[in-house]
Design a binder for this molecule. Sequence first.
Ligand SMILES: *[C@@H]1O[C@H](CO)[C@@H](O)[C@H](O)[C@H]1NC(C)=O
Ligand SMILES: *[C@@H]1O[C@H](CO)[C@@H](O)[C@H](O)[C@H]1NC(C)=O
Ligand SMILES: *[C@@H]1O[C@H](CO)[C@@H](O)[C@H](O)[C@H]1NC(C)=O
Length: 413
Amino acid sequence: MSRLIFYVFLLLSSVAFSNAYNFSAYAPPSIVLDNKYFIEIEQEIRVGFRLFDASSVNKDSKTIKYQNLQYTSDPPKVKVPRVVANKDKLYLFGINGNDFFETTVMFSFDINERIWRELKDINMPSHLSYNQEEQFVGPDSSGNAYLLYNDNNVMLTFNTETLKWNEYTIQSFVLTGYAFYSWYSATILPDGRIIYIGGRFGDSTGTNYVDAQMNQVYVYDTTTNNWSTQATSGTVPGPRNSHSASLTSDGRIIVYGGVTANNIPSDPSLVVLDTTNYAWSSPQVTNPIGSVWLAPSVIIDNSMFLYVGINSTTSVWYAFNKVFMLDTSTYTWNALDPVAIDDNENIYSNGNHQISDGINSMNKGDPLTIILIIVLIVISSIFILMLAGVTFYKWYQVKYHPQPPNDQKLSHV
Ligand SMILES: *[C@@H]1O[C@H](CO)[C@@H](O)[C@H](O)[C@H]1NC(C)=O
Ligand SMILES: *[C@@H]1O[C@H](CO)[C@@H](O)[C@H](O)[C@H]1NC(C)=O
Ligand SMILES: *[C@@H]1O[C@H](CO)[C@@H](O)[C@H](O)[C@H]1NC(C)=O
């Protein structure tokens, strides 16, 4: 009996504390489908799931068309989804919103069929790690998408063709004295190397952070599963985390926005890393849009789109009331008004649409956690009282009621 109580206690405490613990925050995904569409997904699909049509714009456009897929597709309850696309299909891996124990779940969604399918693979991780803000990187030419779990020294892969998960142990590259690396950008090159830019290192208490240096980048070679550092040259820009990074067809990584480990907007906002020689440059920008962070970007043809995130001036998590489009050859910004294909679904008509708070909403104690903690305290109090009672009773018996000899005991029966 006491063993059973102990296990119930252990189970409840692990659930209550995993809920009470600050779960990792959410970085919106940068997803391109069919070299034509990009999607905006909020930290819960049911709250925001929009498909933007980049083929509806040219460089003089004033509007961009979108559809609200959360209204038309009856999405499953997946929280903080990590998302990767392959042709018409999206793969979403996140926390099962119906599960008390916060196990993970994975679905595929076809943007033409509009059908959700649950995917199961024996090697799919059952939980998301803490300090694990990374979105999927990829897919590469073999269909693999990558998720770095660097606080566990693991690189996870999900193959968008075979739908199988895999896991590779990696050598640690986290700075001495720090426990994890986060809020970097990760960009995969056509040769299969992933370039990790900026970010910050955090210690195990989750309170001290230091900027990753920009005079080098971390390179993960997906063909050898090996890390290396690559020195950068040119005018090294200021440090940053929570920035975006997108690759042009001629090998430039355009890095935008972000903040330093002390939450100061990165300077300059737009910098470019040429992956043919690892030289940084800070081009002259026309019509600058100001500083943002946690804003994903995608490149389609010659245009980079930036569409949701945190405005550094207002510090509020918004789906911006504009979609920003950058001409990647002239570095000229153009602001587009999003227009819903179905007019009833236009969420942008009344200025900025505030979306679920991606940074803090996971930090608040939800009612379930509070109930669990109360149940836990009650059960553990009963348990401790029982233990004390039994101990006292035994001690009392031994001291004042010495056990009768066996024969006497038998005579009572
Ligand atoms: C969770 O986050 C909040 C706000 O960021 C902070 O005040 C609190 O100390 C954190 N709790 C833990 C257990 O880290
Ligand atoms: C992996 O990288 C280390 C240095 O970071 C190097 O010494 C080693 O040879 C590399 N291994 C492979 C298989 O590339
Ligand atoms: C950020 O907010 C400021 C002040 O409201 C506004 O002028 C600016 O256009 C906003 N930037 C973006 C990218 O939405």
